[in-house]
Design a protein around this ligand. Structure first.
Ligand code: CU
Length: 465
């Protein structure tokens, strides 16, 4: 639950939504808002400036602004932050306004935007506005387009948001270290016409990665590729909020990749199309249906689908080592290794030793392994039917008929209608299913059709039998 640590009102400041607090800055600066906590903040309609349909930042929030003579003013503060990656693990990161990632910035095409950037790190920084059309001197590449922002200093960036679309921001100064520490954020420029490409729900999150040694809290900043924590918005499963939508909603999910590898993002139960890339909206004739989309390093993609199918649908990276947490990375393969006898000998030397992995690693999700402090299990997460055996880049899209428009609260786990869930074979079809062959009427006609197709499948195709 979100609490207010401090509340200071400033002249001209818009009304603040629940969970957002302001922090006094210098008199001439807009206040630098912070939102403590890690839960997804519901979208807040703009109270000043042009109208738009706000996005929902997964496990995050959007930064309030101040209108100053027609200019939208924001204040970002680069600073050390603590972020809970999932319950049981706090990471010591760098970010903006109390969080990694920093808050999402939402503006409207044509807005003149002024962003004050204060550096509270102990080293210099800068911010690059990834993907934007802007004057070259506002591009934020330290040394090339501006001097770096020294510790304690504030710089001002100002430009017109010329193109609607999906963008990111991140440092362009000691970039490898500052991004490895968690400095980045999302930026959405909404179309001037609020009805253009309108959707019912518009979610955003960044893909990010850390290399944090089990038992420690600070990322290793010189890691090049072998990261061990794969995150959506600096959260890992089961710390990532699920996305809650109403059946029939048109849903957009905007994803930016600021990790050091590509991520094939896979959605269960629905097909989607890519409606936006780094360069803008895709022409409708260029779209084709997908269920998995590979998102490259430094890229943004907007996907859209009609949430027609009720249920709890996984959305995750399809690299299976990206859906597990740090503990698994140095575990030797033990599948098929007979460990009888060895475990007792080792446990005389190491009292906590457990033999594992002989029959696969799924058991690791359920046994309570002794873990170093501040470390998450390799795979974990409780679903309604047991352990989900996941970690890292994994969440759930919950599609419900009863979800009200504008309601982003968690509807709980899906209750599968009778006869629509996989069951354990006990030698007989349950009544509801066997009634088909007996001429019963308890299955809907649509399901009977599917069973007919199954029954008529040629047996020769199962060649391994
Ligand atoms: Cu991945």
């Amino acid at each position: 639950m979100i609490s207010r640590r401090e509340f200071v009102t400033g002249a001209g400041m818009l009304a603040l939504g629940a969970g957002v607090i302001s922090r006094a800055g210098a008199a001439s600066l807009p206040e630098a808002m912070v939102a403590p906590g890690v839960s997804t903040q519901p979208p807040r309609l703009p109270s000043t400036g042009r109208p738009f349909h706000p996005v929902v930042t997964l496990n995050g929030w959007s930064l309030p602004w101040r209108m100053n003579q027609g200019v939208k003013e924001f204040h970002l503060v680069a600073e050390p932050v603590e972020r809970e990656l999932a319950p049981g693990m706090i990471a010591r990161l760098w970010g903006y306004n109390g969080q990694s990632p920093g808050p999402t910035i939402e503006v409207v095409e044509g807005d003149r935007v002024r962003i004050f950037v204060t550096n509270r790190l102990r080293e210099k920084t800068s911010i690059h506005w990834h993907g934007q059309r802007l004057p070259n001197g506002m591009d934020g590449v330290s040394g090339l387009t501006q001097p770096a922002i020294e510790s304690g200093k504030t710089f001002v960036y100002e430009f017109v948001a010329r193109r609607a679309g999906t963008f990111m921001y991140h440092p362009h100064s000691d970039e490898m270290v500052q991004m490895a520490m968690g400095m980045y954020g999302f930026w959405v420029t909404h179309p001037k016409d609020p009805d253009f490409m309108k959707v019912d729900r518009d979610f955003v999150f960044l893909l990010n990665n850390f290399d944090i040694e089990p038992g420690s809290a600070t990322p290793r900043v010189n890691t090049m590729l072998d990261f061990n924590l794969w995150a959506f918005n600096s959260r890992v499963f089961p710390g990532i909020d699920s996305m809650h939508v109403r059946q029939g909603d048109r849903v957009r999910v905007r994803i930016g990749n600021l990790t050091m590898t590509n991520h094939p993002i896979h959605l269960h139960g629905h097909e989607f199309v890519v409606t936006g890339t780094d360069g803008g909206w895709t022409p409708p004739a260029s779209r084709w249906p997908e269920v998995t989309l590979d998102i490259g390093v430094g890229q943004m993609r907007s996907i859209e689908f009609d949430a027609t199918e009720p249920g709890d649908w996984s959305l995750h990276c399809h690299k299976s080592h990206h859906t597990m947490n740090a503990m698994g990375h140095q575990v030797p393969t033990m599948v098929g290794v007979d460990q009888r006898g060895i475990a007792e000998k080792i446990s005389q030397l190491i009292p906590d030793y457990m033999a594992m992995g002989e029959h696969g690693m799924g058991e690791m999700a359920e046994m309570s392994m002794p873990l170093p402090d501040n470390t998450l299990p390799m795979m974990t997460g409780d679903g309604p039917f047991g352990s989900v055996e996941m970690g890292g880049m994994f969440t759930v899209v919950k599609v419900r008929r009863e979800q009200q428009p504008g309601d982003y609260s968690d509807p709980g786990w899906y209750r599968h209608p009778h006869g629509t869930q996989a069951w354990e074979w006990t030698g007989n079809l349950p009544d509801a299913l066997s009634s088909h062959s007996a001429g019963g009427q308890s299955m809907p006609a649509k399901h009977q059709e599917r069973m007919d197709l199954k029954a008529h499948k040629p047996q020769g195709h199962t060649g391994h039998r």
